[in-house]
Design a binder for this molecule. Structure first.
Ligand code: PBE
Length: 301
């Protein structure tokens, strides 16, 4: 009998603690349009990797809009942590402000809006450029030609990204895309002679957008006979790898604003092969249900 009572007490306390715990996790309230948004989210913008251009642009934006004085802070994190926090907030209709960009599956999977940036700190439309090391044209002219011709659209990049986000292997997702867009890929490779076992190294940052583009380009180079290595690294080493010729090229340069600092720092030590994707965008983003938050200035309300 005594044993029975202890069991019941144990059970009751377990049930209670589950209640309390789940109560705690939903303690973060739903978005309240009548209350200051800063207060609701502890004046915190959820950011990504420290070296990302979007982080330095956001610091600039916070200064330009007077948010730093108003006790706002930018939380350094990782893209994976940011998107997971974003997903949880959206599930519970909680308020959240993130550093956001397109192309990215976060805009496909969730209903998000960019906050208006009347001071144009994030610089409107961005493009992604292909950057190669000095001397590549002479050493590996076929690879140079291919890299020079590579270009695609934001919706095409999103397509590969979404597949990878749904669990497909990036190499496979890139190959599927190539098969489905053979005409476009043929226009990149047209007239380029095959090589036999020459090696080439591409570097990138493991952002979903760059995983997609780098795998597509790597696979097309493989189809031309190259032995391709792709290596993921942080942003600053990415630029350094090209400038020091440790790597041959990369297709991940968000410009003119986002990675503009690195572009300036390493100027003269790389060849810019121009735009491979037109119409990218970077800024602060919030879920659309935050209906009273539409511009960066609204964060001060
Ligand atoms: N991003 C994704 C990068 C470029 C691609 C926006 C985080 C950046 O901020 O540099």
């Amino acid at each position: 009998m005594k044993k029975r009572i202890t069991q019941v007490i144990l059970l009751v306390s377990m049930v209670l603690s589950v209640f309390i715990l789940s109560g705690c996790s939903s303690q973060m309230a739903k978005y309240n349009p009548k209350q200051s948004v800063g207060k609701q989210i502890n004046y915190t913008i959820t950011g990504v990797e420290a070296g990302a251009g979007i982080m330095s642009s956001t610091q600039k934006a916070m200064k330009a809009y007077g948010l730093t004085n108003a006790k706002w802070q930018l939380q350094t994190s990782s893209t994976a942590a940011m998107t997971s926090t974003l997903g949880k907030a959206i599930k519970n209709r909680q308020p959240i402000v993130v550093t956001g960009w397109t192309p990215h599956w976060m805009f496909t999977k969730y209903k998000l809006k960019f906050l208006k940036d009347p001071k144009n700190v994030y610089g409107g439309a961005e493009n992604i450029h292909t950057i190669v090391r000095k001397g590549l044209k002479k050493d590996k002219p076929q690879a140079y030609d291919l890299l020079n011709r590579f270009n695609w659209r934001p919706d095409q990049m999103s397509n590969v990204m979404l597949k990878v986000n749904n669990g497909e292997d990036p190499h496979q997702a890139a190959n599927d895309w190539i098969k489905q867009n053979q005409k476009q890929v043929d226009s990149w490779t047209k007239g380029i002679k095959h090589v036999h076992g020459q090696s080439i190294k591409l570097t990138y940052v493991a952002w979903d957008s760059e995983i997609a583009s780098t795998n597509v380009v790597a696979n097309v180079l493989r189809s031309l006979g190259y032995k391709v290595t792709i290596q993921a690294m942080e942003v600053q080493p990415l630029w350094a790898s090209i400038a020091t010729k440790a790597a041959d090229g990369m297709v991940s340069a968000w410009l003119p604003n986002t990675q503009g600092l690195y572009y300036k720092d390493y100027k003269g030590k790389f060849d810019d092969l121009g735009v491979n994707l037109k119409g990218a965008k970077v800024g602060l983003a919030v879920p659309t249900y935050m209906k009273n938050v539409n511009s960066i200035d609204d964060l001060k309300k």
